[in-house]
Design a binder for this molecule. Structure first.
Ligand code: FEO
Length: 397
């Protein structure tokens, strides 16, 4: 395979993984993903920026067969990008691994790389390849503490590592906005959302750079950097939207009756709703819905005195992802007794939310019970006043 030219002397070595179905053994990948390496060729030296997941190393080596490499820039120690460095060093024994001290430490512990293989670089330090100047930009906590990027000064390319990445395997070199938006959001929701405050400060840090391209380590290259920056600002920095995620399971139809009444009343009041049945669910879709939703309503039946185990799993996932949700309510049903509300409330300590009055009903809801859903919809609509409209992806409203 031939590397794809981004601009003069700058090439993409994208290793697509079309058939990968789960990331982190957790998030479904309906469009696969990719591990992106890049080559920057100066008049004197050539740098390989990142490598690939070892599972797909052969594709990377096919790209590299006619290339020379003097430096391997390691932006991040996670193995989907660093895992093939030991084999790359076998092919290029004279090459040095260029990275920051923390990433060096991680690469030595995680991959057992020898200490003498490294060149350590500071934040803002540069390395000249001959007419190509690499400026190293620390980007801590997007999404590991050691993460950094590289800014290629002459060509205004930011190699951003996981930042601005997308779970999208594609043969297209450059991103098309309407195709990359959801794979970017899926990526952001799992990997970046828990680190929103760090994303914000790193976005501010990048503001001083003039950018022609953003070249992330997953998915296509952004030839319109403003698009990538804008969606990240929206997801990480902007307030939650006028949107409610209603995530539920129903065993005998009682919880479902509450959910249906609530959803229809929310829609009548102009609240955008994403309704997800947790019976068989895509964790990525739940994560994406959490990116924007000002309110999350959890619907659960009672199983052995507690919430349904699949609801417990979804609540734990939401707690880990730390979305900007403002309001939570719990609705559901029980047969004879239960502690679903207490158990679920205890599972989401990371969510800094106002809890709106929970409703648990015994058996099939009565009209009086359903009227409580009308009141909850009124309350949510009132709380959402002034919030921006949600985007249309996946919503019912
Ligand atoms: Fe794509 Fe954090 O590795």
């Amino acid at each position: 395979m031939k590397p794809s030219k981004i601009t003069e002397g700058v090439y993409s070595l994208r290793v697509n993984h079309f058939n990968r179905r789960l990331f982190d053994s957790l998030i479904p990948l309906p469009q696969g993903t990719s591990y992106n390496a890049y080559l920057v060729k100066g008049s004197e030296k050539t740098a390989l920026l990142d490598t690939a997941d070892p599972e797909k190393a052969e594709v990377l080596f096919d790209f590299l067969k006619d290339e020379k490499v003097d430096y391997i820039v390691a932006h991040h120690a996670e193995q989907d990008h660093s895992g093939s460095i030991p084999r790359v060093l076998e092919k290029y024994p004279q090459a040095k691994v260029v990275t920051n001290p923390k990433c060096r430490e991680f690469l030595m512990t995680h991959l057992h790389l020898p200490a003498d293989k490294f060149i350590e670089v500071k934040d803002g330090e540069t390395l000249s390849l001959g007419g190509k100047t690499l400026e190293f930009v620390y980007l801590p906590w997007v999404h590991w503490p050691e993460t950094m990027g590289t800014y290629l000064r002459e060509d205004k390319v930011l190699f951003s590592c996981d930042f601005f990445g997308s779970h999208l395997a594609t043969g297209e070199l450059f991103a098309e906005e309407h195709l990359v938006y959801e794979p970017m959001k899926r990526y952001f929701a799992e990997i970046m959302m828990p680190f929103r405050s760090n994303i914000k400060s790193n976005l501010e840090k990048l503001a001083k750079y003039r950018l022609e391209f953003i070249a992330p380590s997953h998915g296509p290259v952004h030839s319109d950097p403003k698009f990538a920056l804008d969606v990240y600002r929206d997801w990480a920095v902007s307030d939650a939207k006028n949107k409610a995620l209603v995530a539920y399971i129903s065993m005998h139809g009682s919880t479902y009756a509450l959910v249906n009444r609530l959803v229809s009343r929310l829609q009548e009041r102009g609240v955008c709703v994403e309704k997800i049945n947790l019976d068989q669910f895509d964790e990525g879709r739940v994560a994406m819905a959490l990116v924007d939703s000002a309110t999350v309503v959890i619907g659960t039946p009672t199983v052995l005195t507690g919430p349904h185990p699949k609801v417990v799993y979804a609540a734990h996932l939401a707690n880990l992802l730390r979305p900007k949700t403002k309001y939570v309510s719990i609705i559901g049903s029980f047969g004879w007794a239960g502690r679903a509300v207490e158990t679920l409330s205890g599972l989401i300590p990371n969510l800094k939310v106002e809890v709106l009055k929970p409703t648990l009903v015994k058996g099939l809801p009565t009209e009086a019970d359903l009227k409580q859903m009308d009141e909850l919809a009124d309350l949510i609509a009132e709380k959402h006043k002034g919030l921006a409209a949600c985007c249309a992806d996946g919503c019912l409203a």
